[in-house]
Design a protein around this ligand. Structure first.
Ligand code: DAT
Ligand code: MG
Length: 153
């Protein structure tokens, strides 16, 4: 089926890690039925984070954003599934947790925009860019999920 191999880059930010939310966040993507393609636990360098948020470099909050993201380890992941970029963003909620509905990750687990616990790619194009930035091709794992035929008709 077209589109089921779409991928997105998801990262649990340092506050999500420190607050013990790794399991809760991963669980949402797992229970939805998406396939985990790659995962690493890493204290990202300032250089990597500056590249990751390059498009925001002129925004007033950019220095604080890079500092926050560099303040501790993150869980970087690639997930795959039908329309995952768009659906992933819905699962995250709005950029500002105050505007995020209950039931979304940001709506359920955090309060302020500068501590919004999770990143998710906003388009297929940026997903591909971010996946290439954070992972080597050989770190992306190929396998067939045993649930595949029960998720897709
Ligand atoms: P998102 O993470 O929802 O894709 P974004 O790409 O516009 O949002 O911004 C990246 C991060 O920067 C966001 O998760 C939190 C921070 N940020 C965005 N807008 C902000 C603002 N107005 N004030 C403070 N931090 C902000
Ligand atoms: Mg973004």
């Amino acid at each position: 089926m077209a589109g089921i191999q779409e991928r997105t880059f998801i990262a649990i930010k340092p506050d999500g890690v420190q607050r013990g939310l790794i399991g809760d966040i991963i669980k949402r993507f797992e229970q939805k039925g998406f396939r985990l393609v790659a995962m690493k636990f890493v204290h990202a360098s300032e250089d990597l984070l500056k590249q990751h948020y390059y498009e925001l470099k002129d925004r007033p909050f950019y220095p604080d954003l890079v500092k926050y993201m560099n303040s501790g380890p993150v869980v970087a992941m690639v997930w795959e599934g039908l329309n995952i970029v768009k659906t992933g963003r819905v699962m995250l909620g709005e950029t500002n947790p105050a505007d995020s509905k209950p039931g979304s990750i940001r709506g359920d687990f955090c309060i302020q925009v500068g501590r919004n616990i999770i990143h998710g790619s906003d388009s297929v194009e940026s997903a591909n860019k971010e996946i290439n930035l954070w992972f080597k091709p050989e770190e992306l794992v190929t396998y067939k999920s045993c649930a595949h035929d029960w998720l897709y008709e």
